[in-house]
Ligand binder design. Sequence first.
Ligand code: URA
Ligand code: SF4
Length: 194
Amino acid sequence: MAEKSWETLEGAVHSCKKCRLWEMRTNVVIGRGNPESDIMFIGEGPGQQEDLTGKAFVGAAGKLLDKMLESVGLSEESVYIANIVKCRPPGNRDPLEDEKEACMNYLRYQLGLVKPKIIVCLGRIAATSIISPDFKITKQRGQWIERKGYYIMATYHPSALLRDESKKRPAWEDFKAIKAKYMELKERGELNER
Ligand code: URA
Ligand code: SF4
């Protein structure tokens, strides 16, 4: 198979019509941050601000995400942030099964480009798509799973934290655990040489 490239991914996503979400998009949203990061965050899909700018997590949820990253000493340049679907679901509804499935190959390809060691699912949609269909975010957030060479964890979506203040504390504990896992892998020499 030909070597993977960002140009190939971007070209394919920009012209993609594999599910109905292409019809209403202003921009596709592929991701932001460091494309060679060891930590990849995966959200749900673009919201209004993301659709308008073509950038991931730039609205209110994104600002909170950045603040939480900063509070544990992770900058935008030390992580990469993407989504399950690359086009905005109308009115911010949940992406449908066939839409998530249609878009999953791009995310797989993207994982192959970034090659993170740590994957963090932001919220139920990412966790049920990536970890397990019956994942319960309230019960199972913060737990590490090792699969295919990745350390995977799910935490609350930052939008959920904006709706419910009481989730902020446990989410912050999860962010501290993510930083701790990163430091642990670094010390053990398990991070990619780049
Ligand atoms: N919510 C998401 O899940 N992703 C974004 O990019 C923005 C908000
Ligand atoms: Fe293609 Fe994904 Fe957009 Fe659907 S959401 S049109 S699969 S890029």
